[in-house]
Design a protein around this ligand. Structure first.
Ligand SMILES: *Cc1c(COP(=O)(O)O)cnc(C)c1O
Length: 376
């Protein structure tokens, strides 16, 4: 059996090496390193894949979130509601822009932002909601969008972990994540489901005016060369990364399908143990792309399990060990611990197992058997 890795970018590369090298050669020969045809081609292909009108590539997922928020023309002190249980980038950009992050608790089943908590946190200063499709599971977008409409708020999807997932509305309509809100952000960090070989990100929207405004923001606030109408940033997707992403986009559905197969196999092996809660998924499973496969270890020693797996050469992760409301940079004395019962519980229980498109049946069975051996 091959050594087990948390992500296996080398194994994945083996299958696409010739295509990737040819794509890189083409960029180098063309010398169109910035905003050249490779970037435009990837942008168009991603628009088609997602079914969104505008993809605006940028330098990374954190920039994508920041620029998406800059596009909404908010005022300092405006409140943005987001989840307490996510990667810090989501809340970091809110604070950087002098907006006020309002963190709310999550649903214990999906780990995603709890719409009831969102509604309870709305004040006259609230301007936007940022749901995160955490671990690849789509947030409850229909409910969130209904709340947003009622209170006249923007919705900004953080789709860094959810690319390729499909959300099904109650009436049966299907839409890919990233196309379910006013504006969305994603990351092409190497370990994401659609990962570059370096940094990358993108903003999505169906709004023509917002797309135009954002295309200026990513390019120093220029709409006409050397005329700077707004304060912008310099945030570009590198042409080499775009060329690699263009190759990998063709395989995204296949990669996500392989992740789902691995997830279903893990679940079949682990779901009956009384100390394990396996990840929630809908029957069709289209709403989850398993960026992470995350268990809850209940009434047992999660940290002991992490140590035991590492001693047995099985990598694993704890995403995330500290809720955002307790991170030094984001502590708000006005906030009460009682508002976060679910996140406070999850940070003690979650463990993410190796998850990628190259996992073998043997590897999955080995990981599961070691977990069961430890839990007894
Ligand atoms: C990875 C990630 C980001 C940031 O993406 P970068 O490309 O690393 O800047 C933002 N939000 C979430 C939920 C992420 O997982």
């Amino acid at each position: 059996m091959e050594p087990i890795r948390m992500v296996d970018l080398k194994g994945q590369y083996t299958f696409i090496a010739a295509e990737v090298k040819a794509a890189l050669d083409e960029v180098i020969e063309s010398t169109a390193f910035i905003n050249g045809p490779a970037v435009k081609e990837f942008q168009a292909n991603l628009e088609e894949y997602l079914g969104v009108k505008h993809v605006i590539p940028c330098a990374n997922g954190t920039d994508a979130l920041q620029i998406a928020l800059m596009g909404l023309k908010l005022e300092p002190g405006d409140e943005i509601i987001t989840t307490d249980f996510t990667f810090a980038a989501t809340v970091e950009v809110i604070s950087l822009l002098r907006l006020k992050p309002v963190l709310v608790d999550v649903d214990p089943k999906t780990f995603n932002i709890d719409p009831k908590a969102v509604e309870a946190a709305i004040t006259p200063k609230t301007k936007a909601i940022i749901p995160v499709h955490l671990f690849g599971q789509t947030a409850d977008m229909e409910t969130i969008n209904t709340i947003a409409e009622k209170h006249n708020l923007f919705v900004v999807e953080d789709n860094a972990q959810g690319i390729g997932a499909t959300y099904t509305y109650k009436d049966g309509r299907k839409v890919k994540t990233g196309g379910l809100s006013h504006v969305a952000a994603t990351s092409f960090f190497p370990s994401k489901n659609l990962g570059a070989y370096g940094d990358g990100g993108a903003i999505f929207t169906n709004d023509d005016d917002l797309a135009h405004y954002i295309r200026g923001i990513v390019n120093h606030g220029m709409y006409e060369r050397y005329y700077h109408d707004v304060v912008g940033v310099n945030s570009r997707l590198d042409a080499m990364q775009a060329a690699i992403l263009n190759v990998k986009l063709k395989y995204l559905d296949y990669y996500n399908e392989r992740r789902k197969e691995a997830a279903i196999r893990y679940t079949a092996l682990l779901q009956d143990h009384p100390n394990i809660i396996t990840p929630y998924r809908e029957a069709a499973c289209s709403s989850h792309v398993f960026h992470q496969y995350t268990l809850r270890i209940i009434n047992h020693d999660r940290d002991g399990l992490v140590k035991y797996l590492n001693e047995n050469d099985i990598p694993c992760g704890v995403y995330y060990p500290v809720p955002l409301h307790r991170q030094k940079a984001y502590i708000d004395p006005a906030v009460s611990e009682e508002d976060f019962p679910v996140t406070n519980q999850l940070v003690k229980e979650v463990i993410s197992l190796p998850m990628h498109s190259e996992l073998s049946v043997d590897q999955i069975e080995h990981v599961a058997s070691k977990i069961l051996a430890y839990l007894g």
